[in-house]
Each structure stands twice: as structure tokens, then as C-alpha cells.
Design a protein around this ligand. Structure first.
Ligand SMILES: Cc1ncc(COP(=O)(O)O)c(C=O)c1O
Length: 367
């Protein structure tokens, strides 16, 4: 099976982990041991952000950032429903209400024009998601946020190596949250990071990830244990150096796949809008005019042929059993995309020959 994504781990990562194990320093009671500190510094530089604060998951990064900007019970936060559940989950854990807004049918990202209608007196923040590695349209979202006095937390969990108007994710937001889950463009196994240019948010996050402590046993605020272990940071430190090469390989695989798949009239291929650089976490196509079961059949057939196609996301969050209870939404573009999209492998471990095999198989199954 050609997996949809696969961690690209070499001897450098293994050596870095062994070094940490031999050092005897596996974590730090206040959240940042020597490896975590180095990883944070390099990640902040790479993302052109003033601060980077490591966490043990992307979900923890999202939750603590919401809390750090003051989101609390009774507040509303706007987000797309077409994303991984963690985006909404973090809002609920922070005590607020997720308010879902429909997507743009071409980019699958939150539609800026639809955000303004969803704003109420209770709205405190917007959480755009850089879905599949394509940055959300952040400039108009920033303008709306500024007009209404809202904060922006960008969910950049899938967008390592992407850029928008020449800048890394987070440049138009108050903070960006990242995941290093095993499938991501760079991984630490599990792990997360927040980047921000805001000193106050950064300081609060450093306390919050560590039980609200600045000094041991002196909690200043409600916190959590979101420490990134040293071994993970050691892997991340190496992976970050390899990220440009990983993304270049993804881009080349995506280009080759597009070149071949554009022969089919039945597919809407993924785009890279003007000013955006896609990180190709997922290469996602849409079966135009298809019913859900036709799409599911193709995905099943691809799997039988050894191609790890997947559907992200077959169930938009507003239709999941738990989230249905939080409000009723009509999101036609989200629901249509959920029925028609599927993703194909383009990760750095996929060879040219495999890309050709994937393309030929898709074209054959659709014909
Ligand atoms: C869009 C999005 N948001 C949030 C997360 C949560 O990250 P994590 O799995 O590291 O908690 C993920 C990844 O899994 C994701 O893809």
C-alpha cells in the first residue's frame, strides 16, 4: 500500500533521540529543556515569528492559545466545519461555542465573505484553517477581524512550508498553531507549537503549558501539562532542517500528478491561488457532480489497488453526533465537498513511478 502520508525518519533523527536519552534530560519541569528551547528558536526563525512555544500536541496548542487570548464561557469563535475535529474541540474545551461558517468550493478554506454574517456580540475570535496545506485567505479575514475587534488564531497544523503573500502562516494572525503528528509534513511523533509576534500571548502560553507556573509551585493562572518532551524536540529539530526538501518533493509530486490528472474532465484538481504556496500535506481532488457512494467506491477501489486514498473529511464537524447538539447549520459547500473529495499520496516517500501508477489508476477507474 502506498500510504497517504508516512514519517520520513533517517539516521539523524535516531541519533538525536539517542543523544537525548544518554543525556538523562528527558523533559523540563517548567516546559522547556535545552532541546525544546533550540527547536523553538529554529522554528520561530523559520516561520519568521518573534516567539515559538512548543506543546505536546497541536490540539493542546489550539486550546492553550484560545485560553491565552482570553476565550471563555459564553464566547463564540468562528471556524470552518470542514476541518479536523480538533479545531472545534479546542474551542469547546476552552468553554466557548464553535460557530461554523461555509467554505469556498475551490480552495475548501473558510469563505471570508461568509464570516461577517456569522459575527454576533459574543464573537471573540476567528480560527481559519490552512486546509490540506493551502493557506486560508488571510488578508480579508484580518480586515474583518480588525473591523470587529476580533483575534485570529490560524490553525496551521497542516501547513508547514506553505506561504501566503510571501509570508509563512501566522503572519496575518495573532497566533498560529502547528501539529507535528506522525502524518504531518514534519513530525515529532506527537507534538505541537504556537508561533506569535505578541509578547503577552507568548508569555501566557509558556506558563499555561506548565500548570500556570512561572516558578515551581507558584501557579499564577489555570494551566495544564502540555510539555513537549526533549526526545520529541530532538526529532523536530532535525525534521525542521529537512522540511524545505520534504516540501520540494511534495510540490514536485503534486505537479506531476496534476499534469497527468488534468486529462480527466470528471475531476476538479487542487489549485494554488495567486500569492499562495501550497505545502501539499494532502493532494485533494473533487469528483465533480458525484454522489457520495460513487466517490466512496473509487476510494475503495484505489485501496484495493494499493493506493492509500483517504477522505478528509467525510463528516463535517457540524454533522458529527456530539457537535450536532451545539447548533444547527446549513453549510451547502461544506456538505457537498465532504461527499465529493478524496486525497491521494504525494509525500516525499512516493516515487515518480508511483505517482504515474496513482494517476493512471485514477484515470482508468474514472473512465
Ligand atoms: C487541521 C488540524 N487541526 C488540529 C490538529 C490537531 O493536531 P494534533 O493531532 O497534533 O493534536 C490536526 C492534526 O491532527 C489538524 O490536521
Amino acid at each position: 500500500m502506498i500510504p497517504i502520508n508516512a514519517p520520513q525518519i533517517g539516521k539523524e533523527e535516531i541519533e538525536a533521540v539517542v543523544k537525548v536519552l544518554k543525556s538523562g534530560i528527558l523533559t523540563h519541569g517548567l516546559g522547556a529543556g535545552p532541546m525544546v528551547t533550540q527547536f523553538e528558536e529554529n522554528f520561530a526563525n523559520f516561520m519568521k515569528a518573534k516567539h515559538a512555544i512548543a506543546m505536546n500536541t497541536g490540539t493542546g496548542a489550539l486550546h492553550s492559545t484560545l485560553a491565552a487570548i482570553g476565550i471563555k464561557h459564553g464566547d463564540e469563535v468562528i471556524l470552518p466545519s470542514f476541518t479536523f475535529v480538533a479545531t472545534a474541540e479546542a474551542i469547546v474545551i476552552a468553554g466557548a461555542k464553535p460557530v461554523f461558517v461555509d467554505i469556498d468550493p475551490e480552495t475548501y478554506n473558510i469563505s471570508p465573505e461568509k464570516i461577517e454574517k456569522a459575527i454576533t456580540k459574543k464573537t471573540k475570535a476567528i480560527m481559519p484553517v490552512d486546509l490540506y496545506g493551502l493557506p486560508a485567505d488571510m488578508k480579508p479575514i484580518r480586515e474583518i477581524a480588525d473591523k470587529h475587534g476580533l483575534k485570529i488564531i490560524e490553525d496551521a497544523a497542516q501547513a508547514h512550508g506553505a506561504s501566503y503573500k510571501g509570508k509563512p502562516p501566522g503572519a496575518f494572525a495573532d497566533a498560529a498553531c502547528w501539529s507535528f503528528y506522525a502524518s504531518k509534513n514534519m513530525t515529532t511523533g506527537e507534538g505541537g507549537m504556537v508561533t506569535t509576534n505578541d509578547d503577552e500571548i507568548a508569555e501566557t502560553l509558556r506558563y499555561m503549558r506548565s500548570h500556570g507556573e512561572k516558578e515551581k509551585y507558584q501557579s499564577l493562572m489555570l494551566g495544564h501539562n502540555y510539555h513537549m518532551p526533549e526526545m520529541e524536540a530532538a526529532i523536530g529539530y532535525v525534521q525542521l532542517k529537512k522540511l524545505p526538501k520534504f516540501v520540494a518533493q511534495r510540490r514536485e509530486n503534486a505537479r506531476r500528478l496534476t499534469e497527468k490528472l488534468k486529462k480527466s474532465k470528471k475531476l476538479q484538481l487542487p489549485k494554488e491561488p495567486e500569492g499562495c504556496r501550497h505545502s501539499w500535506y494532502l493532494y485533494t481532488v473533487r469528483m465533480k457532480n458525484a454522489q457520495r457512494k460513487q466517490r466512496d467506491k473509487i476510494v475503495e477501489e484505489l485501496k484495493q489497488k494499493g493506493i492509500g486514498a483517504i477522505v478528509c473529511y467525510m463528516n463535517p464537524i457540524h454533522l458529527m453526533p456530539y457537535y450536532r447538539k451545539l447548533g444547527k447549520y446549513r453549510l451547502p459547500e461544506t456538505e457537498k465537498a465532504a461527499n465529493q473529495v478524496f486525497s491521494l499520496p504525494v509525500h516525499p516517500g512516493v516515487t515518480k513511478e508511483q505517482i504515474d501508477f496513482i494517476a493512471n489508476t485514477v484515470l482508468h477507474l474514472l473512465s
